[in-house]
Structure formats: structure tokens, C-alpha cells
Design a protein around this ligand. Structure first.
Ligand SMILES: Cc1cc2nc3c(=O)[nH]c(=O)nc-3n(C[C@H](O)[C@H](O)[C@H](O)COP(=O)(O)OP(=O)(O)OC[C@H]3O[C@@H](n4cnc5c(N)ncnc54)[C@H](O)[C@@H]3O)c2cc1C
Length: 412
């Protein structure tokens, strides 16, 4: 007879990281856990079945103050530390990638407004973006510029009143529902001058394509944008001219930390599911989980997940302290967490056999969703390049290993 286990109570993965949160932050995580148990988790499969924007979940997360964690207190948010945000996103990722990406996507799309909009524009938009009344989308990627985003071709031509935008953007999350688009382009007459502007959905000359079908991450549809002579007032520029790229990098940094947290949450969920199956399933006369080969697989998963969580927690602390090397750590955390998640979800699906392959079983969804974390906000290979380049640069200045003789190693 199969024993039914509790849905609440002690977790398979420890709560050690919650100890670094204060009482209010822990209370928010507990409230979110209850929501995940009661509605977000049980409804995740249904939300993912339709590729329409998950308004109900978004509004729920806005009402509960989860969306607001990305916004300053002055505009109704709670300006949460990354130490808390990674816990929130991990909780959501454990059950529902759609919900987790609603939070990372809010950061991505609103961050340049928080960091670069004029006070007037902030007062006009941020309270409604924070409450979920309004939505923004982040339009950086282009048909000819993805990983190599400095190759973007969208231009901004200066006029007496502002700019005229021409160009195309691709893979834009929330394009179908956003009220505002954060658009990064380059000055028409000065290609090295990157400029970010905020474009209204209703702006004449802006066309939004129909939703583009994809493998997973349902509930957060994507589409393409075409800008043909779109006039933008100077008051809608974000930051100064020349700051467009750094504003985009600032948004991507937070989103990368979010991707890592979402991937680890999903990996945790996959291990929970695989372990439950290993306890329930009999194979060759004993529980599946009693076979040493299965235990070793699970041991590898859980050990590497905990190591990745520690790296991510360190990265979040670095962000909250404003450490100069946070971008490299965010690349390491994202690379490690997202590649690990793909591996863990694949192994968990293998451990659950034919059931893992069924649409009715959550791992099929986890498997499809895992892939995007390795591609979005910088593909794994791009992060390896960032990390390796930084290492080689620092090696020239770093303390030499004391086992070495003086002089060039070429002279050994
Ligand atoms: C579902 C989804 C949602 C998205 N949402 C948004 C959004 O809201 N806003 C936005 O602006 N963009 C968005 N994107 C775009 C996303 O950020 C890009 O897809 C991503 O940056 C990769 O760019 P690319 O697809 O053009 O791949 P390419 O640049 O064509 O790269 C293809 C592959 O080549 C490899 N590669 C690339 N460069 C190197 C290198 N230097 N060394 C080694 N290997 C390399 C990598 O494996 C990479 O995956 C979204 C994409 C998807 C699929």
C-alpha cells in the first residue's frame, strides 16, 4: 500500500538559507509557500497549457506584494534585497516556471525605468507597474543581435522634440500585453552611443507581431516588434544618452540572478518528485530508491544543487553589498544553476521512467522549461566567456602561486 505524504511541513531541501532573512522577509516567504501549496502549484499545469499571458497569476502575485519586491518603497514596492528575491523566485520555480518568470520578467522590464526614468515619469508609471495595473516589456534582442547584443541595429534619430526610432526587436516577452516598451538602440549619427527610451504601445509606427509559438515557458508569450518612424518625446529617454547599454546590463544582471534562482527552484522540485517516485515505486523486489545506482544519482543531484544554492546566495549578498565583481559572480551562478537544472531535470525524468514522459506528470513541463534558462539573459557559452575573460584579466595582477620560481613560466 502506498503511504500518502504531507504537502506541508519539513522540506526535503533544508531551510538553511531562510536563516539569513529577517522576520518580515521570512513571513513573506511563508505566505508565498502557502500560496504555492494552495493555488500556484496545483494550477501550474493548467496555466502552462495555454500560451496566453497568465493574468490571474500575475495579479495574485501583485496583490501579495511579490511583484512589488522589484520596486522602490516610494512607489508602493518593498525594494527587496536580492537575498530575499532569490528565495521568492526559487519557491515559485519549484512549482511553476510561469510564476517565477513573471517575477524575473518584471525586474527585467521595469528595472531601466526604476534606474533611469525622470522623477515625473517614475511618478506616472511606477505605482501602476508595481500594482500590476500596467506592464512593461524589455526590448533589446534583434534578429541580427542576440548574444552579441552590441551589434544591435535599431537607431534613434534626434529631432527637436526627442527621437525617432527605427528597427526591429525579436523574442520580446510580454510584447502582446505590455503598455510600455523599454527599447535600446544606438544614435543614428553616432553608432557607439547607446540610448534607452520608453515607447508607448499606442505609438504610431510600432507594430507588434502575433504571438510566436515556443517549446515551453507558457503563460509568458513572446512576439516581435517593428518600429517605423516611431516618435518618442525626449522626456521618455531613460538615463542619459550613452547610458542605454549600461541600463540594459543593470536589468540583465538582476534578471540573471533571477534565472539562476528559478533554475534551482525547478531542480529542487524535480528532485522532490523523483525521490517521491523512488519511494513509491517497487523495482526488482524493493523500492526503487533502495537501489544504490538510484541513490547515487539522487546524491549527485542534491549535492550539486546545495553547492549551487550557496554560490547563488553569495552572489545575492554581493549584489546587496554592491561588490564590484557581482557581474562575474552572476554569470557563474547562472551558468552553474541553469546547466545543472537541465541535467537534474533530465535525470529526474529518467528516474521516473515512462511516467516522467507523460504530459500529465509535472517533469515533462519542467524538462521543457529548463532549456530556456540556459539561453535567455545570456546563453551558457556567453557566460563562460565572461567568466574566463575576467579570470585571465585578473591573473595578470593576482598574487603568484608561491610554489613557482620567479620569472616567466615559459623559462621553466
Ligand atoms: C522565450 C524567450 C524569451 C525572451 N525574452 C526576451 C525579452 O523579453 N527581451 C529581449 O530583449 N530578449 C529576449 N529573449 C532573447 C534572448 O535573450 C536571446 O535569445 C539570447 O540572448 C540568445 O540570443 P540568440 O537567440 O540570438 O542566440 P545567438 O546569438 O544566435 O546564439 C546562438 C547560440 O550560439 C552560442 N554562442 C553565441 N555566442 C557565443 C560565443 N561567443 N561563444 C560560444 N558560443 C556562443 C550559444 O550557445 C547560443 O545559444 C528571449 C528569448 C526567448 C527564447
Amino acid at each position: 500500500m502506498t503511504e500518502t505524504r504531507s504537502h506541508a511541513g519539513a522540506r526535503l531541501f533544508g531551510d538553511h538559507f531562510l536563516l539569513s532573512l529577517d522576520a518580515d522577509e521570512r513571513a513573506l516567504v511563508e505566505r508565498l509557500r502557502a500560496l504555492c501549496r494552495e493555488s500556484i502549484g496545483p494550477q501550474a499545469a493548467e496555466v502552462a497549457r495555454a500560451d496566453v499571458f497568465a493574468w490571474d497569476t500575475f495579479r495574485l502575485l501583485a496583490r501579495e506584494g511579490i511583484v512589488g519586491t522589484a520596486f522602490p518603497k516610494a512607489f508602493g514596492g518593498s525594494d527587496a534585497r536580492q537575498a530575499l528575491r532569490i528565495r521568492i523566485i526559487e519557491e515559485l520555480g519549484r512549482v511553476c516556471s510561469t510564476s517565477a518568470s513573471l517575477i524575473t520578467g518584471t525586474d527585467l522590464s521595469s528595472r531601466a525605468i526604476v534606474a533611469g526614468a525622470s522623477e515625473t515619469l517614475q511618478r506616472e508609471l511606477l505605482p501602476d507597474l508595481c500594482s500590476g495595473e500596467l506592464q512593461a516589456a524589455f526590448a533589446l534582442t534583434e534578429p541580427g543581435a542576440g548574444s552579441d547584443v552590441r551589434g544591435l541595429q535599431t537607431t534613434l534619430r534626434r529631432t527637436d522634440t526627442g527621437y525617432v526610432v527605427d528597427g526591429r526587436k525579436k523574442f520580446i516577452t510580454r510584447a502582446g500585453t505590455a503598455d510600455w516598451f523599454v527599447v535600446v538602440g544606438r544614435a543614428h549619427d553616432e553608432p557607439s552611443n547607446f540610448i534607452a527610451v520608453l515607447v508607448s504601445r499606442d505609438a504610431p509606427g510600432l507594430q507588434v507581431s502575433p504571438t510566436v509559438g515556443k517549446l515551453g515557458w507558457f503563460g509568458v508569450p513572446i512576439a516581435s516588434l517593428r518600429f517605423e518612424g516611431v516618435a518618442v518625446p525626449a522626456s521618455h529617454r531613460l538615463g542619459a544618452e550613452g547610458e542605454g547599454f549600461s541600463l540594459a546590463q543593470d536589468a540583465l544582471l538582476r534578471a540573471r540572478i533571477g534565472h539562476a534562482a528559478m533554475a534551482l527552484g525547478r531542480a529542487i522540485g524535480a528532485v522532490e518528485i523523483a525521490t517521491t517516485y523512488a519511494c513509491d515505486r517497487q523495482s526488482f523486489g524493493k523500492p526503487l530508491g533502495s537501489h544504490q545506482g538510484v541513490q547515487w544519482m539522487l546524491a549527485d543531484m542534491v549535492t550539486r544543487i546545495e553547492a549551487s544554492r550557496a554560490l547563488l546566495a553569495l552572489t545575492a549578498d554581493k549584489y546587496d553589498r554592491g561588490d564590484a565583481d557581482v557581474a562575474t559572480f552572476a554569470s557563474m551562478a547562472k551558468l552553474q544553476a541553469t546547466d545543472l537544472c537541465m541535467q537534474v531535470v533530465t535525470d529526474a525524468l529518467q528516474l521516473t521512467g515512462g511516467r516522467g514522459y507523460l504530459q500529465d506528470f509535472p517533469l515533462e513541463r519542467f524538462f521543457r522549461d529548463a532549456k530556456l534558462n540556459q539561453i535567455g539573459e545570456g546563453a551558457s557559452e556567453v557566460h563562460k566567456t565572461v567568466i574566463g575573460r575576467d579570470l585571465v584579466r585578473r591573473a595578470r595582477e593576482a598574487e603568484r602561486n608561491p610554489c613557482l620560481r620567479d620569472g616567466s613560466l615559459v623559462d621553466y
